[in-house]
Design a protein around this ligand. Structure first.
Ligand SMILES: Nc1ncnc2c1ncn2[C@@H]1O[C@H](COP(=O)(O)OP(=O)(O)O)[C@@H](O)[C@H]1O
Ligand SMILES: [Mg+2]
Length: 272
């Protein structure tokens, strides 16, 4: 079972969207062979977008978060939300998120580390709290070089970069790789990116097409296929607090198939 961080030092590039839909796709694929398979998601961003979408709650109402858990104020069992068991979710939402264990965040609970050894704490905790049916753990990172970012990079076995065509996103990817290289002397297991997911590109738009071609040329095999195109169904899914796979329209089916292909590639790349 591996821990995979979705990262970019810049915000708004599509990390949370990619992470939560790939988490759902990973459950779907894994349950074809093990009906009890589960996926764990840690919201490492105090802006808590993934928490808001997946938990169906205002994150500020949640008293137990990754931050309280790492501070020793809540246990793992107190903190984890088994999404299909949440009493406030309606039946379609429970079915759509079934198999996901969410460790949430909120904007009042900032992850802070006071000594360098504490950067290992999350990695150690995830190692202790693993059950054999959990096939993967996904970390949804926020933006910037925060303690939460470093905790996530140390906890991860693999880091996947996520970028849109935005200039900031491309720079955030370069900065991320530099940051990973800078961590290596202190944290020997931290590797370079295991892959890059491209998302929210508009291929009817000349500049986006050119940026995607340049990325594929510069990064080659590192780029995971397919690219996730810009579609309005993404905002609709977020508004309904559902994964895209739960929506019925044609564009939802298209994106669901792409997320499944990406999930399959991630499984192959991170278990090699
Ligand atoms: N493929 C897409 N098509 C349309 N909108 C998207 C797509 N991916 C992301 N978005 C939108 O872009 C915004 C930023 O996405 P988000 O996943 O929150 O990024 P991050 O986690 O990197 O901050 C959100 O409003 C989201 O709905
Ligand atoms: Mg996010």
């Amino acid at each position: 079972m591996s821990t995979i961080a979705m990262a970019n030092l810049k915000g708004g590039v599509g990390k949370s969207t990619v992470m939560l839909n790939i988490a759902v796709a990973t459950v779907e694929i894994s349950r074809r062979t093990n009906p009890a398979a589960r996926v764990r998601v840690l919201d490492m961003d105090h802006q808590a977008f993934a928490t808001a979408v997946m938990s169906g709650r205002d994150p500020l109402e949640l008293k137990a978060t990754v931050a309280t858990m790492l501070a020793g104020l809540t246990t793992y069992a107190d903190t984890v939300l088994r999404l299909e068991d949440l009493p406030w979710l309606d039946e379609p939402a429970r079915a759509a998120w079934a198999g996901i264990d969410l460790l949430p965040s909120n904007s009042r609970h900032k992850l802070q580390v006071s000594t360098v050894t504490e950067y290992w704490n999350l990695r150690e905790l995830l190692g202790e709290e693993n059950d054999p049916d959990t096939v993967a753990t996904f970390l949804d990172c926020g933006y910037g070089r925060t303690d939460a970012f470093t905790l996530a990079m140390v906890a991860a076995d693999h880091v996947i970069g996520v970028t849109s065509a935005a200039e900031g996103g491309l720079r955030g990817l370069v900065d991320l790789r530099r940051e990973l290289a800078a961590m290596r002397p202190s944290f020997g297991h931290v590797n370079d990116l295991a892959g890059v997911i491209t998302t929210n590109f508009d291929l009817r738009n000349g500049p986006d097409r050119e940026i995607l071609e340049n990325l594929r040329r510069d990064l080659g095999e590192l780029i995971l296929q397919p690219m996730i195109p810009r579609r309005t169904v993404v905002e609709r899914a977020h508004g309904a607090q559902l994964p895209i796979a739960a929506l019925r329209e044609e564009s939802a089916r298209e994106l669901t198939s792409y997320f499944q292909q990406l999930a399959q590639h991630l499984i192959e790349r991170t278990t090699r």
